[in-house]
Design a binder for this molecule. Structure first.
Ligand code: FNR
Length: 187
């Protein structure tokens, strides 16, 4: 009923988006959701290539990711902004996961999922330009993005030693966003 899958669009070990995803996961747990926090680095896949798909098929890592997505009602995606756009790791993972298998239709695993989105960047804009692009991309997959978003500027100095957000305003915006996702899943 309210299972939420949380991941960041960065594989980097010290990723600030992973840090924000971890805070979002904790916030969702506190709001009563059952939460699974994953690292896309654990689901590696080659850059999408129709020849790979036609030959070896969808990589096992992506099959595992699809199974996880299917078994959750909602997602929280926290992404870096690369040149104003959605980074290739996230695009590649979601593109692969959108591919059908057997009788499945394209993007079936995403249909009707509810998602909250956020971005973190060391820059002053917090990755705000990626938000509408990610929202459009997700809409193509049949995902319903809950209203609003959170951006985290100056992200390299936005967390304390325990990984908590030091700015209370951002923490409460994240709480409100995650709260909207959790209550939309309860309906
Ligand atoms: C960036 N970065 C960046 N930042 C930003 O705010 N707006 C942007 O358009 C870009 N563009 C961009 C392009 C490329 C190719 C790279 C590698 C980086 C910087 C980016 O925000 C920074 O590397 C973050 O630390 C990435 O997020 P993680 O890995 O820390 O989560």
């Amino acid at each position: 009923m309210n299972k939420i899958l949380v991941f960041a669009g960065s594989a980097r070990k010290a990723s600030v988006n992973k840090k924000l995803a971890a805070v979002a996961a904790e916030t969702a747990r506190a709001a009563g959701a059952e939460v699974t926090l994953i690292d896309l680095a654990d689901y590696p896949a080659p850059v999408y290539d129709g020849d790979i798909e036609a030959g070896e098929g969808i990589p096992q890592s992506i099959r595992d990711l699809k199974t996880l997505i299917a078994s959750h009602d909602g997602m929280i995606i926290v992404t870096p902004e690369y040149n104003g756009c959605v980074p290739p790791l996230l695009v590649n993972s979601l593109d692969w996961a959108s591919r059908p298998e057997g009788d499945e239709v394209s993007s079936a695993v995403f249909a009707g999922k509810k998602v909250a989105i956020a971005a973190a960047s060391p820059g002053g804009m917090g990755g705000v330009r990626v938000i509408p692009r990610l929202r459009d991309f997700l809409a193509e997959l049949g995902v319903v993005t809950v209203p609003g978003f959170v951006t985290l500027p100056g992200a390299f100095s936005a967390f304390d030693d325990d990984g908590k957000l030091t700015d209370e305003k951002t923490a409460s915006m994240l709480e409100a966003l995650v709260g909207r996702l959790v209550s939309s899943l309860a309906q």
